[in-house]
Design a protein around this ligand. Structure first.
Ligand SMILES: NC(=O)c1ccc[n+]([C@@H]2O[C@H](COP(=O)([O-])OP(=O)(O)OC[C@H]3O[C@@H](n4cnc5c(N)ncnc54)[C@H](OP(=O)(O)O)[C@@H]3O)[C@@H](O)[C@H]2O)c1
Length: 372
């Protein structure tokens, strides 16, 4: 959970300033028609190539996992082509520039971007890498792939821009205890929502939602009847639903729309393991008609021009003490496959990430790559 631990760095455990080798996870098998397994990945070691003009080398500090990565292993997803066997697993992370032949990225600077599942990555800073500098000092670097990164921007822009949250709105969130869902209630409350109800997969997650993450009430969808509980907890229905789950959860929720309600289709994780040729067919969509309601999907990378606005808004909330970031941190690059598998088993509480460099947070105080 909120990880702000900083370990003192001693002379002997300093990282190599000019590394020679890179450990990386590559694709070894495709999870076709099944869940992801550890054996879908292979860990190998490769020499680090020399930098060409315009390139820089990043040492990975943290890596993020996201449900879409299973799609990368299959047919692509999020605008990316499918990975080939032996290719480095794709993914965002936070890192520090350790060598550079690019005038825009200097050694010692912290960045978040597409680093891949590896200890070192080479980038040319082109738009494909979506490489942003981390300049804030109000929150741990790990938040660069959490509340102050694409995950947080998804929560903020999904709710505010796509969901058009208004003061007084009643809000329903599915997948509420995950990376995206864990900040939605806090954003909603900060912007005037009158009531926020979350849906998650265990009693313990539901307690976390109410005690730590700003939710007024929570429903354990594995043990409680969703239809009954929605009637009890949102007797007049909801104005905005932030849906991370799709399938039956969404279908049941459609029975609880208020007039002019907006349903934000963020994700459909309950359907990702199903047959893509035969997606879940919504039975209750006609309710949209009767309630003048809308169902709107979005894809966060298409909103890239709004990231600075989202980052500012989320940073202001942290500054105001209105945003607790829930992080679930595994230690070590070796645990990347396990981290991805946890998203599908529901083991993660909050944003699932992996700390690749145990000293990640110390470099802000003791930055061995800073030359000026
Ligand atoms: N639109 C976009 O641009 C965009 C961007 C980022 C993410 N997303 C989507 O947003 C959603 C959340 O992503 P995230 O990265 O924050 O992941 P996450 O919510 O941290 O992790 C996934 C969670 O989904 C739940 N889950 C897993 N299988 C499920 C099932 N069969 N039925 C219901 N719930 C299930 C689990 O929680 P429980 O224990 O509660 O079941 C699990 O903890 C995903 O659908 C993702 O694809 C969309």
């Amino acid at each position: 959970m909120n990880d702000t631990t900083s370990t003192a760095m001693t002379k002997t455990d300093r990282p190599a300033l000019t590394p020679a080798f890179n450990r990386r996870w590559v694709l070894a098998d495709r999870p076709t028609g099944r869940e992801v397994r550890e054996s879908d990945f292979a860990l190998d070691t490769q020499p680090i190539p020399g930098l060409r003009d315009g390139e820089f080398l990043v040492r990975t500090l943290y890596l993020s996992v996201a449900p879409v990565m299973r799609q990368y292993m299959l047919q692509g997803g999020a605008g990316e082509r499918p990975l080939q066997f032996g290719e480095v697993m794709r993914g965002r992370g936070v890192g520090v520039v350790v060598a550079s032949r690019n005038p825009r990225f200097a050694p010692g600077e912290f960045v978040q971007g597409k680093l891949g599942w590896q200890e070192y990555s080479v980038s040319d800073g082109s738009p494909y890498f979506m490489m942003y500098k981390i300049e804030q000092r109000i929150a741990p670097l790990s938040t660069g792939i959490g509340v102050l990164g694409v995950t947080g921007f998804t929560s903020y822009l999904g709710l505010m821009h796509i969901g058009q949250l208004q003061r007084g709105d009643r809000v329903l969130v599915s997948g509420a205890a995950g990376g995206v869902g864990s900040s939605v209630a806090q954003i909603a409350k900060h912007h005037g929502a009158s009531r926020v109800v979350g849906i998650a997969g265990s009693a313990e997650k539901c307690r976390m939602l109410v005690e730590r993450l700003g939710y007024d009430a929570a429903i354990d969808y594995r043990r409680e009847d969703l239809q009954t509980r929605l009637g009890e907890l949102l007797p007049e229905g909801f104005d905005v639903m932030f849906d991370n789950v799709g399938g039956e959860t969404l279908d049941t929720a459609l029975l609880h729309l208020r007039m002019d309600a907006r349903v934000v289709l963020c994700g459909r994780i309950s359907e990702y393991l199903g047959d893509e040729e035969q997606p879940y067919a919504l039975r209750n969509y006609q309710r949209l008609h009767k309630r003048y309601a809308s169902l709107r999907g979005f894809f966060i990378y298409r909103l890239e021009s709004m990231f600075p606005q989202a980052e500012r808004a989320m940073a202001e909330m942290i500054h105001a003490g209105a945003l607790t970031h829930a992080e679930d941190v595994l230690e070590g690059l070796e645990r990347m496959p396990e981290a991805l598998i946890r998203l599908y088993s529901g083991a993660n509480r909050g944003k699932q990430l992996v700390r690749v460099d145990p000293q990640a947070e110390t470099y802000r105080h003791h930055n061995p790559w800073m030359t000026v």
